[in-house]
Ligand binder design. Structure first.
Ligand code: VOV
Length: 248
């Protein structure tokens, strides 16, 4: 039986994607809209303090196209804290003007494919920091869930560990070419959500998102074993810019 790779798991993660009901928003009074915007900004500023204290992190972006209007990605030490945030957002005035479009529950995950025998990567401060990452506030985000295929001869879970390690190594070489251009957060979601991993990429230049995803399609691990869910791409929505974004 092929051996499962050990994973290291960090902060819990919620991707919360919503559509804005623009008709309802436009019909609301100016006072109501102001209350909703003020409360949303207040919540985000409180979460920025949590992030400064290194007790969690979040990202707030607008989404292109009709699949969603906004994405809130939240990282917290416990699933309970994620729930508190989800509830708080749901109970806010602004949420009255949104409808859910997609959500994803997972946990920041690093695997031990690349660790050497008898190595204890958890003792490495760099690894610990990657398990509790500060999300970069770069201009663009790309989020998608994915699986590793389990079909006939293309079954990732039947491959011996050494073969999977080699394929992951090749994957990492492609990834490293994008150092400084792309920051990736991989979260594991087996038992938590409908796909096996979520991929969240941050980029300063939006085109780099297309380039890395395209180049990785040729890595055997993606070409042969990758299956992908819906892609969401968007632009940073800074707290101060929210009034302009929502102005009608
Ligand atoms: C931005 C670059 C980048 C870099 C440097 C990078 C490197 C690495 C390393 C070293 C490792 C293994 C150890 C670990 O850290 O877990 C991984 C792991 C993983 N990756 Fe990756 N990845 C990148 C980027 C990157 C992208 C763009 C994708 C999506 C693939 C695509 O085709 O759309 C991806 C996927 C994954 C997944 C799903 C896993 C877990 C697979 C598993 O079976 O466990 N990843 N990844």
């Amino acid at each position: 039986m092929p051996e499962a790779v050990e994973t290291m798991d960090g902060w819990y993660c919620l991707h919360d994607l919503r559509k804005i009901d623009w008709t309802k928003w436009k019909k609301a009074s100016e006072q109501e809209r102001k209350e909703a915007v003020d409360e949303l900004q207040k919540m985000l500023r409180e979460w920025e303090e949590v992030s400064e204290a290194r007790d969690g992190s979040h990202a707030f972006y607008s989404i292109m196209g009709q699949k969603a209007d906004i994405i809130l990605m939240i990282l917290r030490p416990t699933m309970k804290e994620l729930e508190e945030i989800e509830l708080r957002f749901n109970k806010s005035k602004f949420a009255e003007f949104t409808t859910p479009s997609y959500s994803y529950v997972s946990v920041v995950e690093l695997s031990k494919y690349m660790s050497k025998e008898n190595d204890n990567p958890e003792d490495n401060p760099g690894v610990r920091a990657r398990l509790k990452p500060k999300l970069p506030q770069w201009d663009h985000i790309c989020f998608y869930p994915m699986d590793k295929r389990r079909e006939g001869n293309d079954n990732w879970y039947m491959l011996p560990m050494d073969e999977r390690r080699q394929l992951m190594y090749e994957h990492s070489l492609t990834g490293r070419k994008y150092a400084g251009e792309i920051k990736q957060i991989i979260t594991g979601s087996m038992g938590f959500d409908d796909w096996e991993w979520s991929v969240t990429l941050f980029a300063k230049d939006v085109l780099q998102l297309k380039k890395i995803v395209y180049e990785m399609r040729f890595d055997v691990v993606s070409a042969r074993y990758g299956e992908f869910g819906p892609f969401y791409v968007g632009n940073i929505l800074k707290t101060d810019e929210i009034p302009a974004y929502l102005a009608v």
